[in-house]
Structure formats: structure tokens, C-alpha cells
Design a protein around this ligand. Structure first.
Ligand code: 5GP
Ligand code: ZN
Length: 138
């Protein structure tokens, strides 16, 4: 399915130009227009899925398999020191384009990028209950 007002649907099908690293019938991998670091790219399914709550497990699995292959190629070419793989779902989580996408963000010593959050405290009893509830819902 293609969503008419979705910028990444247009990009997926070449209606909006992108610097594409890789493309097949199901996926496109292209550089982010506002990169966090050199080589920051995105992997999208060509089909429209809004987020992780909507994408099917098989497509998501294939997409992540592709990410591992692309990541190794990027590391070789960009000679990055590490990589963050990020995927935002919902405005609160930083999602700004509502077509599922995976960020591959090469990291370089001293690049100054900060994804820091303050560690919280785990409530073991509560977590055991939540684990049981989630287990019953997957
Ligand atoms: P999000 O915040 O939703 O996880 O990430 C959306 C990403 O898409 C951002 O990093 C943004 O720079 C990128 N982006 C938005 N519009 C375009 C575009 O038209 N072309 C490309 N290549 N990237 C885009
Ligand atoms: Zn879309």
C-alpha cells in the first residue's frame, strides 16, 4: 500500500529523489537529508507501515537482515568507530516521518553525538507482573 500524503512512500518509489545506496523490490536504503554524522542513512520498506506497531514481523525481519549487510559495508567504507541503529515510534519517541524507517548512524570518536538518558530504578516486583502480562499478549 502507498499512502498519498507520505513523503517516504514518494521517496520509496523514486517520486522524490534521494541518494540511494541500495534498492530492491521491497526496500530502499538512502542517505538522511539532515545527517547526525557522515553516512547517516535510513532503511525503509517500500510498502507503507506507520511504525513498529504496524509493520509485520516478516518484513521487519528482512529489513533488519538487510541492515546488518549495509552496516558492514558502511563500516568498511566510512571507517566509522561504531554505529547506532535507531528506530523511533510515535511523536514522544522522536518520530517525525510516519513511515517505518531504521536509522543507521555511523559513530566516530569525538563526534559529539549524544543519545544520553538518565538511568532509572527498576522495581522488580512490578516488572515481574508486567512481564507476565506482556507474555500473555504476544
Ligand atoms: P525520525 O525523526 O522520524 O525518526 O526520522 C526522520 C528522518 O528523515 C530525519 O532524520 C530526517 O532528517 C529524514 N528526512 C526527512 N525528510 C527527508 C527527505 O525528504 N529525504 C531524506 N533523505 N531524508 C529525510
Ligand atoms: Zn509511506
Amino acid at each position: 500500500m502507498v499512502k498519498d500524503d507520505c513523503i517516504f512512500c514518494k521517496l520509496a518509489h523514486g517520486e522524490i529523489p534521494s541518494t540511494t545506496i541500495y534498492e530492491d523490490k521491497d526496500f530502499r536504503v538512502y542517505f538522511d537529508i539532515a545527517p547526525a554524522t557522515k553516512g547517516h542513512c535510513l532503511i525503509i520498506p517500500k510498502e507503507h507501515y506507520q511504525d513498529v506497531f504496524e509493520i509485520d514481523a516478516e518484513t521487519a525481519g528482512k529489513l533488519f537482515a538487510l541492515a546488518t549487510v549495509v552496516a558492514r559495508g558502511m563500516k568498511k567504507v566510512l571507517k566509522c568507530d561504531g554505529m547506532n541503529i535507531m528506530q523511533n515510534n510515535g511523536t514522544i519517541a522522536g518520530q517525525t516521518v510516519f513511515h517505518f524507517h531504521l536509522h543507521l548512524i555511523p559513530r566516530y570518536d569525538g563526534d559529539g553525538v549524544d543519545f544520553h538518558y538518565a538511568p532509572g530504578e527498576a522495581n522488580m516486583e512490578e516488572l515481574a507482573m508486567i512481564a507476565k502480562e506482556i507474555r500473555a499478549n504476544i
